[in-house]
Design a protein around this ligand. Structure first.
Ligand SMILES: *Cc1c(COP(=O)(O)O)cnc(C)c1O
Length: 638
């Protein structure tokens, strides 16, 4: 009766708070009054809200299986506008005389479709592209058309790379070579003389300013790319000697990705602006100041300098950049440069959501045990009972230590044949009863002992889900990055279970057991009891880096992808559906030959007929199953 009353009082607002969607959703994600996650592509300006469950059922009706990566084109459009408009506003406010030209770094999400959409939506702002390799340059040249936009070439460059870039300049592109290491400059000078093209040259510098966050080593003195000031001056002299100082147009630095603290960004801009001014004084023409990437995404919604967050908004970022560059240039009496940023993460992170179904749950449940231990129980079992019966708030840490000790003793004795399997099993049941009482008690403590910090995850349910961490959220596995994870429906029901999420790779690392929380990281995620209907979860903000870093662990391949375009009247289209890898696809990535595999398998089946193990009819069925498997999706199919 009481339980029902509590359930009745759970609301969408409570889910909003529990999962923090308003904090990390940047106005793009919300919960409807009927308890479903919605996407609001036009933000607060419009009341268009599309339920993710509608989209999922549309996908299912079209015969697509989970997991599916949803890409919302509108969000790319919105983020590119946001960045460009924020710079515009800041420039106006500070009476900045230069312009802003953003570029999108292809490595952040190299999917052809993503680059094409960035170029399409970026056109009105002359938003360009950044490439870090020959392959990316070749890709970019097939898509880019806007001659006003910048094409920035970073990365180590060989002759072929340089020639292609020079041809691009010849065809009218603003294609800059950024010199990353001293040796590159000679080759650029040499090739441009041979091809008779005047190159646009930039210099990448190592700043002494350091930033916090995961990728600090990309900037700073110890970064592997970029010139120190001595090398920079050498490069200037080389250009002077070759009569090419007028080709030096751009200064570039990259602090690293996901810089959570605005102070680090500011001090880098201060240093970069001074170096820029120094180059102008050396006689270089300049004109472009490229601040690289680093604009962070607030994954956990905490708005702090925690590594998964940021303590600033895009607006503040733009104002700070413009204010500092303007002040430095005015002081030095130098025209305001065109500002370039290479913001990748902030441009694409919001745009994709991975949705998948829960396949099964391993519930944490402690079996009932008798009030007192049976008379013939082993002493260790009696000791465990003693703990259970004498536990109170004061001795909880001691009880925890003792319980672990006795449990380990039980296992030792079992290994030496001194305890039966049944005795060990009973002892462990008592042990888990103790742990779950401790977890209950811990909730009542003001400050709990550090040893008990993740006891909740030890007694959490395991929700087995139809996706692969390695393929779809590799940064969670590799660098422990947090992403928002939550159910996409049933959000007017109280979630009554605490869970960790396991993927279907059967790898012990194929799990998610740290989740966003406003003040800390939490180790369990509140979820709903599985019912008759499919239960769907979403992992949000996975548009940046995850797709391109994903791998084929256990041969789970690319997921299905659906691209969705939403119109101002609230209607939407599935503009593109990309089928994920089939089993044959992933096997051929590792050099299997599916055609040959069919032949080989057929031969083995024929052999089985000859040996009398199967009939010819059975062979047909077996071959059919093999063939369907080969052509099917690598994930769990219905
Ligand atoms: C990776 C990278 C970027 C993108 O950084 P974000 O933090 O994703 O914006 C930009 N420039 C260079 C040189 C990079 O290596």
């Amino acid at each position: 009766m009481i339980k029902k009353e509590i359930l009745g009082r759970w609301t969408a607002e409570k889910s909003e708070e529990l999962y923090g969607i308003k904090n990390w959703g940047a106005g793009y994600y919300d919960i409807s009054s009927s308890g479903e996650v919605t996407i609001n592509p036009f933000g607060k300006k419009s009341d268009v809200k599309i339920s993710l469950m509608d989209i999922i059922s549309g996908i299912r009706q079209r015969g697509f299986e989970m997991p599916v990566l949803l890409r919302f084109e509108n969000l790319l459009d919105a983020q590119i506008s946001h960045l460009n408009e924020s710079f515009k506003k800041a420039m106006k406010e500070w009476n900045y005389q230069g312009e802003y030209r953003g570029v999108y770094p292809i490595k952040v999400n190299q999917q052809q479709q993503v680059i094409e959409e960035v170029v399409k939506y970026g056109e009105r702002y002359h938003h360009g592209l950044e490439v870090g390799s020959k392959a990316e340059l070749i890709g970019a040249l097939s898509i880019m058309r806007d001659k006003e936009a910048c094409l920035i070439c970073n990365g180590y460059k060989d002759e072929e790379f340089i020639d292609l870039g020079l041809y691009a300049v010849k065809m009218g592109f603003k294609c800059f070579f950024v010199v990353e290491i001293p040796g590159e400059l000679e080759l650029i000078i040499q090739r441009s003389e041979i091809l008779k093209v005047k190159p646009l040259i930039g210099m990448r510098i190592k700043l002494s300013s350091k930033a916090g966050g995961h990728w600090t080593e990309s900037g700073g003195d110890r970064s592997i790319f970029g010139l120190n000031t001595a090398q920079l001056i050498d490069a200037v002299d080389v250009l002077k000697k070759n009569n090419m100082l007028d080709c030096l147009k751009l200064l570039h630095y990259h602090l690293g990705s996901q810089i959570p603290n605005i102070r680090d960004i500011r001090s880098a801009v201060v240093e970069g602006s001074r170096i820029y001014a120094g180059l102008v004084k050396e006689g270089a023409q300049m004109g472009y100041l490229d601040l690289g990437g680093g604009l962070a995404v607030d994954y956990d919604g905490s708005n702090t300098n925690f590594s998964n967050s940021r303590n600033y908004t895009i607006d503040e970022y733009c104002v700070d950049v413009i204010e500092i560059v303007q002040a430095t240039m005015n002081e030095e009496n130098i025209p305001h440069p065109t500002i370039i940023t290479e913001s990748g993460r902030a441009t694409v992170a919001y745009y994709s959501v991975l949705v998948f179904n829960v396949l099964d749950v391993a519930k944490f449940e402690t079996s009932k045990i008798p009030e007192i231990p049976p008379d013939d129980s082993h002493d260790l079992i009696k000791s465990l009972y003693y703990i259970l019966n004498t536990m109170n708030l004061k001795n909880i840490q001691e009880c925890y230590n003792d319980a672990l000790y006795y449990r380990d003793e039980v296992r030792e004795l079992f290994k030496h044949g001194k305890l039966t399997l049944r005795e060990r099993s009973f002892a462990e049941t008592v042990f888990w009863n103790i742990i779950s009482v401790i977890a209950q008690e811990k909730k009542r403590m003001k400050q709990s002992p550090p040893d008990l910090s993740d006891i909740e995850s030890a007694i959490a349910d395991i929700y087995y889900c139809n996706f692969s961490v390695f393929q779809s959220v590799p940064d969670h596995w590799a660098i422990n990055q947090l992403f928002p994870v939550m159910p996409v429906h049933r959000l007017t029901e109280m979630p009554t279970r605490n869970a960790v999420i396991a993927d279907i790779t059967c790898d012990c690392d194929g799990k998610i057991d740290s989740f966003i929380d406003l003040h800390d990281v939490k180790h369990v995620l509140p979820l709903h009891e599985l019912g008759e209907e499919d239960y769907y979860l979403g992992i949000f903000l996975v548009g940046a880096y995850q797709e391109t870093l994903g791998d084929l662990h256990n041969l789970f391949g690319d997921t299905n992808v659906a691209s969705i375009r939403i119109y101002p009247n609230g209607e939407y289209d599935f503009v593109r559906e990309i089928e994920g890898d089939t089993v044959a696809d992933v096997l051929s990535y590792v050099e299997f030959n599916p055609k040959q595999m069919l032949l080989d398998f057929r031969e083995m089946a024929e052999q089985a007929i000859r040996e009398g193990r199967i009939t010819a009819n059975e062979r047909r069925e077996i071959m059919k199953a093999y063939d369907i498997g080969l052509r099917g999706y690598t994930y769990f199919e219905k």
